[in-house]
Design a protein around this ligand. Sequence first.
Ligand code: SF4
Length: 379
Amino acid sequence: MPPPRTREKALRHRLAELRGPEVEAKALDARALAALAANPGCRRRAILDGAGVDKAVLADALGSPSVFGQSQFAFVRGNAFEAKVKADGGTELLRLAHEKLDRGAEPPAGARVPDLTAQGPRGRTARTELALREAAEAPGAWTLLDHPMLALDVAGSPAFLEPDAVVVHPDGSWTVVEIKSFPMLDGAADPAKVGAAARQSAVYVLALEQVAARLDSAPRVRHRILLVCPKDFSNLPTASAVDVRRQRAVTARQLERLTRIEEIADALPEGTCFSPKLPAERLTEAVESVPATYAPECLSACELAFHCRDRARAQDVVTRLGRPVRAELGGLTTIGEVLAAARGEAGDPDDPAVAALRRAAALRAEALGTAAPEVAPCR
Ligand code: SF4
C-alpha cells in the first residue's frame, strides 16, 4: 500500500478530477457536515461534498434547482448583528459568556483577542491552533478567538470549519460561540432554529476536541455553547447556554459511519465528472452512477433533494416514504412489491411485514365495504 501522503495526494487529484477542470472546490461548512451526518448512508452526498462540488450549482445544471440559500437582506442583517456583538474587542460577547456560562470567574476585562490572519485554510488552522496553545499555556485570563479555523477529519478528508468565535475561559476551558440573527423572544428562540444551531455547534465542538487532544494540557471543551441572538424585536444582543451533548454524540457516531470517500471514488466509472459545464445528460449519468438513499428529510437538508426525489419516484423505491416506514417494510424495497404483498399476489405470508400489510388491506376493504383489497399506489 502507498504511504499515507502519496495516497492523500492521489485522492486530492482524483477529487479535483471529479469536480471538473478549473472548478473551485466548495468548502464544507458545519451546517453541511451536520446535514451530511444526518444521512450517513448516502454515498452520493458523501462524494459530492468530499470533492467540494457546489451542489446548488449542480442542481441547477441538472434542471432541478434547490430552494436553499439565505436572502441578501438576511445575510447583510446577520453580518451587521455579528459586528455589533463583537465590537470593542468583543466586550459584550465576553460579558454574555461570563454571565451565562462562568459567573464564578473573574469578569472579562482586558481580554486577549489574538490576530488569526494567515494564508489559506491550512495556514489559518495552524494559526488558530497556535493561539489556542498559547491561551492554554497562560491560563487566568479571558481570550476571544474571532472566526478561528478548525480542521475536522471527515471520511478521510479534512474539512475546514469556521465558527463565529471561540472563547477561552480563565480556567483554560473552551466554548463555541454561535451568533444568529433570529430573535430570542422573552429569553426563548424558535426551537427548530435553536436545534439547527446546536447541530452546527456540535460539529465545531468535535473539531475543537481534536485540537485539545493534541495539547499537553488537554483543555476541556465545554459541551454547553453560547448562542447569541437579537433580544426581542431589537438588535441588542442576548444569549443563552445551549447543551449540545446529544447532538455531539449523534454527529460523532454518524461521521464515523460515513463510508470513506476514497472507497466511493474508487467505485466510480473511469471519466466520471460532476462539472456543471457538462451537458445535462452527461451530468445526470455521472450523478446517477453514485448510489443515493433519498428520504423526505433530504428536502430540508440537501440541495439535490428535488433531483433525487424525482429519481426515487421513477424507481418506485420505498425509501421515499421516509425512514420509519422503510424500517417497517423489511425486505420489501419497491412500492410495487408492497402493493403486491398487500393484495396477496406476492410475498411470504410468514413475513411479519407482509402479514401486517395484508391485515391492513383487509381492514381497509372492510371499512370501504369492498369485497377484495384494493390498494392504490401513493403518489
Ligand atoms: S438529496 Fe440525494 S444526494 Fe442529497 S442526501 Fe438525499 S439522497 Fe443524498
